[in-house]
Design a protein around this ligand. Structure first.
Ligand SMILES: [Zn+2]
Length: 369
């Protein structure tokens, strides 16, 4: 995604402190009650800040080196509460980072940026790790005693570096991917394919980590193009969510996936997002289906590729959904959700006309053929 230039240096630091300030307003307890005013206020503040400054720059993204430093910094600052390790190595020799926090019995796993040119969920994950992992107040300690959260932060570091969807593999002649470039790693999670036989090292690392970590909830953060609800609604969709659609997914996993999908929908909505269902396919190799087939509550999140000035909004809504889901799981609030509510989330409408230039047509990310 060329519209999200990576920025470094002083501007990165400035961007992060702005985010940290806004994030601070979002860290209060999340209840099932209507929209926390703080969320709306923080979102509005951020928008005002950006508009007021006349900025139309995108979010400041961490380079791979900066991501490694940021994760190590969080680990150090957490005094043992956040643990960071590499769970695999990309074909260009970069680590695939996995950060965990908490010791509780309810286990959640998030994955960001399987597609290298879909970077925003990674920025959200860093904010979530800070919010959930660094604080030592009673509520934060209680949360960490109830859940264990693991996040694969930027599953595709080579694709990030190259600003493309695939991993890096010049030898690839893949069924899913592009010859001479690499594999589409979100087609290589099929439970029938062992990690040893997986041609995509980053996907194999996620398969192995899932098997060892045994999460009951798995959420995969992606990005999509731009869509609106059909007329007369017409609002632009900022986020789409979906659950497993493969017919082999066990009924109880489908039910819990829909419950998590509803909670994620509600969290995004509270944070000001406009949310639709994602029209995803049934292929077993897609993470959303693959981890549902393994019995987890499995949910896909797609952040729309909004213009640069709204990227921080996208990052923050996803961050809010990450924190909210951990808190909801800790509080036992997922099991009471009516799974049928998921089917009532409105379907995604038509693609908005491409405003030209750099944007590719195939931003239809999870399921682009
Ligand atoms: Zn994607």
């Amino acid at each position: 995604m060329r519209s999200v230039p990576a920025r470094t240096g002083r501007s990165l630091v400035a961007g992060l402190s702005t985010l940290a300030l806004s994030a601070g307003a979002l860290t209060g307890p999340v209840s099932a009650a209507p929209a926390p005013a703080a969320v709306q206020q923080a979102v509005a503040q951020q928008a005002a800040l950006q508009q007021g400054a006349g900025q139309h720059e995108g979010a400041r993204l961490h380079t791979n080196a900066e991501l490694a430093r940021a994760l190590k910094h969080i680990e150090r600052a957490s005094h043992g509460k956040v643990r960071v390790r590499s769970i695999g190595t990309s074909n260009q020799g970069r680590p695939v980072w996995f950060a965990t926090l908490g010791t509780g019995p309810k286990r959640l796993m998030y994955v960001t940026q399987q597609h290298g040119d879909e970077p925003l969920g990674t920025e959200s994950a860093l904010l979530a790790l800070r919010t959930l992992g660094l604080k030592n107040d009673r509520a934060s300690r209680a949360l960490r005693s109830k859940v264990t959260l693991g996040i694969v932060v930027r599953a595709n570091p080579d694709g990030h570096q190259l600003q493309w969807r695939y991993n890096y593999d010049p030898t690839a002649d893949p069924e899913y991917g592009e010859p001479g470039k690499g594999y589409d790693m979100n087609r290589y999670h099929d439970p029938a394919m062992s990690p040893e036989d997986n041609p995509v090292p980053e996907a194999a690392a996620i398969q192995r980590r899932f098997a060892a970590f045994r999460p009951s909830i798995m959420v995969d953060y992606h990005m999509q193009g731009r869509y609106a609800f059909p007329s007369p609604d017409g609002r632009e969709i900022t986020t789409s969510v979906y659950w497993p659609s493969n017919p082999g997914v066990p009924a109880d996993a489908l039910k819990s996936s829909k419950q998590v999908g509803v909670r994620v929908h509600d969290a995004f909505t509270k944070a000001g997002a406009v949310v639709s269902q994602y029209p995803g396919g049934t292929y077993e190799g897609i993470a959303r289906n693959a981890y549902g087939l393994r019995g987890a509550a499995s949910v896909l999140v797609e952040l729309s590729d909004l213009p640069p000035e709204r990227q921080n909004f996208q990052i923050r809504t996803a961050y809010f959904s990450m924190v909210d889901l951990a808190r909801a799981a800790a509080a036992g609030k997922l099991e009471g959700i009516a799974p049928g509510r998921a089917d009532q989330i409105p379907l995604r409408g038509p693609a908005l006309p491409d405003d030209g230039a750099a944007s590719k047509t195939a931003h239809d990310h999870e399921d682009a053929a």
